[in-house]
Write a protein that binds this ligand. Sequence first.
Ligand code: A2P
Length: 272
Amino acid sequence: LKSTIELANGVAMPTFGLGVWQMKDGEEVSNAVKWAIEAGYISIDTAAEYGNESGVGKGIKESGINREDLFVTTKVRSEMQGYESTLQAYEDSLERLGLDYVDLYLVHWPVEGKTKDTWRALEKLYKDKKVRAIGVCNFHVHHFEELLKDAEIVPMVNQIELHPLLSQEPIREYCNEHNIVVEAYSPLGSGKILNHPVIQEIAEKYNKTVAQVLLRWDIQIGVVTIPKSTHKERIYENADIYDFELTQEDMDNINALNKNERVGGNPENLPI
Ligand code: A2P
């Protein structure tokens, strides 16, 4: 759980963390955060859009973990995109989280006519050392090409929907070439691929669960993964993926499942 990948600026980002999309603010999210930290998670991924930053902050505080031992990600919501409004959105997120910095601040979605100004604000926050790393979410190759025409800093991370039914190879290849770390959201397909027969068969062979095989696949293809669960036993189960290794044959069988099938919104045709 403490394994990390080095971002372009040298910051070590944990390769495994807790995603809190769709968790309710208050007890639900703060308990999940506390259980995760107790289970050894050192990375928590939230967003202003999720409406649960306060509960995340409460969970972090109550866990008693040292701030510097934790890697916290949040994101600017689309309504707040633009230069000044993003600078403000960052301060608002810090206040809700009860933190004085986040480790990684991301642009949540491409927004037409706004994303370049938003990115300038993230560059400013980074240069002012208010945040340790900056990146984007839901970016396709054409989004990067447009942004990089006048960006000073290349995004360090691209967080995208990624699981075996949507393996995102073209984007992964582009990101690898540009030293951008890929982070998988909905790694369990939002829970919708947990009864996939091919993965079930593989899971039985290793005496692991389907969720564990899906997450192990992320580790082995070299992407950061952030499964979501509000259940204590599943939070522990999802982290228990470091005592086995999928063979190349099983990796190939899982890789062959790609159907470009999404469970979430499609950012592909959104202009920036
Ligand atoms: P719950 O939060 O009730 O545990 P994703 O990370 O792809 O978004 O998937 C999250 C979904 O998968 C949630 O519905 C979550 O339910 C469910 N889930 C997470 N971990 C497991 C697990 N180990 N076994 C079964 N379902 C899981």
